[in-house]
Design a protein around this ligand. Structure first.
Ligand code: CDP
Ligand code: CDP
Length: 218
């Protein structure tokens, strides 16, 4: 049987990663945070003293990405977040990361399925996924959540700046020509602005359970 795929897409700090981990634990599926790949490429370019908008430097960093860098705590910094959406607009970078993501979904390292979260999972990486959820929340709710995370990391962040960064990143992600952030036509929309993590999980679980039952019937 083909491995089951749950595709979660949506803008920054909408709650995709948190939901992906909960779903993966619940169903015993493998989880891939695809944003970490772009963050790692962005960070590698910054550390080499390069410009994340430079196609050559960014494509080389993506082609030579060290898997160990995916565990670097600096991936969650505001600087890596900003650089990530700059390198993500470069087609060579997306090409270099494409195969790894598809292979993960086709051959999950653990369990009988996988949860991938990102921006183009339902549209480009796994267009055949039986579950696609587009996770959203207001920019204000997302900025509030991201501010707390940055402060917990010890970064001197202020709300207005975090909101501005989130809006800039959303605009860049939605406007790029190659694999822009957008809901797949068959994605279920889940607005988490006024939901806590348990409520989001319960709604997503109902969607996944239904799709699993459907896949067993067909
Ligand atoms: O955690 P957050 O939602 O802030 O971002 P992320 O998921 O870590 O993704 C960082 C950046 O990587 C995004 O702003 C996108 O530009 C890019 N990305 C992408 O282009 N395609 C994906 N499948 C995942 C992330
Ligand atoms: O992966 P993405 O950037 O979409 O978001 P995340 O990392 O899952 O969530 C960003 C922050 O929002 C985390 O600190 C979550 O604990 C928090 N969150 C929340 O407060 N309420 C939710 N319903 C979902 C996430």
């Amino acid at each position: 049987m083909k491995p089951f795929v749950i595709a979660l897409d949506g803008p920054a700090a909408a709650g995709k990663g948190t939901l992906a981990k909960r779903l993966a634990a619940h169903y015993g599926f493998a989880h891939l945070d695809t944003g970490a790949l772009y963050r790692a490429v962005g960070l590698a370019v910054l550390r080499a003293g390069g410009d994340p908008t430079d196609p050559q430097a960014a494509t080389r960093a993506a082609e030579t990405l060290d898997p160990a860098s995916l565990a670097d705590p600096e991936l969650r910094s505001a600087a890596a977040g900003d650089a990530s959406s700059k390198v993500a607009a470069i087609p060579g970078v997306r090409r270099a990361l494409f195969e790894f993501q598809q292979r993960f979904a086709a051959h999950p390292p653990t369990g009988s399925g996988s949860v991938l979260d990102g921006r183009d999972i339902g549209t480009v990486i796994c267009p055949e996924a039986p579950v696609k959820i587009f996770v959203t929340a207001s920019a204000e709710a997302r900025a509030g959540r991201r501010l707390k995370e940055l402060q917990a990391r010890g970064e001197a962040a202020i709300y207005a700046r975090v909101l501005e960064d989130i809006r800039a990143r959303d605009a860049r992600d939605a406007a790029r020509a190659d694999a822009p952030m957008k809901p797949a036509e068959d994605a279920v929309h889940l607005d988490t602005s006024d939901l806590d993590i348990d409520q989001v999980f319960d709604r997503a679980k109902a969607i996944v359970d239904r799709a699993i039952a459907d896949s067993k019937r067909s």
